[in-house]
Design a protein around this ligand. Structure first.
Ligand code: CDT
Length: 310
């Protein structure tokens, strides 16, 4: 028995600051169509897919900030993507900036990703937990990375959903560097983790890491896949966007840790692979059989450390 599903890593090239949502959605639909033509049942888009990576600018005016965020999904601009997905019977995963209003009126901003089934229904929403960069204006940097200024960490942690004939989880960009991200979903039986990313090739706090950006990107996702017996799809918004060069190299990784498909450009491109979700069990039922071998009693510190540090 095999549980085959064809997935596409729908990498995007740069999005200009002036590019409108409808223009971006046209690009997404073109990628979705190519994926559908190549047999995809699920297409994965990057982090903050709908706009340029706006956290590189310090914006003070609240109305101007709000313009980078979505208040509904689908909204008028994203509806055509949902409609085309239903027409082509292709599911998708989409990253965007979300404004969420609590019942008491509190306004929250998250870096969010949703999983949409082939019938257009939203089956899961994930809000980025690890929010990297700096919270204050630092105009002397070559460019800024103000995610903590714009987003609060998602309160929901790492969930998994029954979808696409398997168990699917999500993470966003910096989350992929933390082994706990994968392990929490691994303990919940994840078989396919979908990750969008925007990773500048220049890391200002320690530029000696710049040359290793591509290596580290694959290192963390391949390890996460192997150590948890799961597929990982990592999808970039790459290329030179508003003067900032970002990593591309989007990939589909097998539970063995091997790369099954990879984008070769830094622009809009889809890498496609047919994956057998049953293949996860070769790792989940052997070396990484958590029920038999995982010694969770030694790992309490992982969840206590933040509280202990105050
Ligand atoms: N978007 C995102 O999370 N990027 C980070 C780099 C930020 S460096 C301040 C990443 O881990 O790729």
């Amino acid at each position: 028995m095999a549980r085959n599903i064809t997935v596409g890593a729908a990498q995007m090239g740069p999005i200009a600051r002036t590019e409108s949502r409808p223009e971006v959605v046209e690009r997404l639909i073109a990628l979705l169509d190519e994926g559908a033509d190549r047999g995809c049942e699920l297409v994965v888009f990057p982090e903050l897919t709908l706009t340029t990576f706006f956290p590189r600018w310090f914006i003070e005016d609240e109305a101007e900030i709000d313009r980078w965020f979505e208040t509904e999904m689908p909204g008028p601009d994203t509806k055509p993507l949902f409609e085309r997905a239903v027409e082509r019977s292709v599911g998708f995963c989409l990253g965007y900036a979300e404004i969420f209003i609590e019942d008491d009126g509190t306004k929250r901003r998250y870096n969010t990703q949703i999983l949409v089934e082939r019938d257009g229904s939203v089956v899961g929403k994930y809000r980025k937990v690890h929010v990297p960069g700096h919270a204050h204006n630092e105009p002397d940097r070559p460019f800024q990375h103000l995610e903590p200024y714009y987003f609060e960490p998602g309160p929901g942690g790492f969930d998994v959903w029954k979808a696409f004939e398997g168990t699917v989880g999500m993470a966003i960009c910096n989350d992929r560097r933390w082994s706990e991200t994968y392990r929490v979903m691994g303990l919940k039986g994840v078989e396919l983790i979908l990750i969008g990313y925007n990773t500048p090739l220049h890391y200002d706090p320690d530029p000696q890491q710049n040359a290793l950006a591509g290596f580290h990107n694959h290192l963390v996702m391949q390890s996460g896949a192997y150590q948890n017996g799961t597929y990982v799809v990592g999808v970039a918004k790459g290329g030179i966007e508003e003067g900032v060069d970002s990593l591309a190299q989007s990939v589909i990784i097998a539970p063995s840790g091997q790369i099954k498909a990879q984008c070769i450009t830094t622009g809009d491109e889809i890498a496609v692979a047919t994956i057998d979700l049953d293949y996860c069990s070769f790792y989940k039922d052997t070396l990484f059989d958590f029920d038999r071998y995982h010694q969770s009693q030694h790992f309490g510190i992982i969840s206590q450390q933040r509280e202990d540090d105050g």
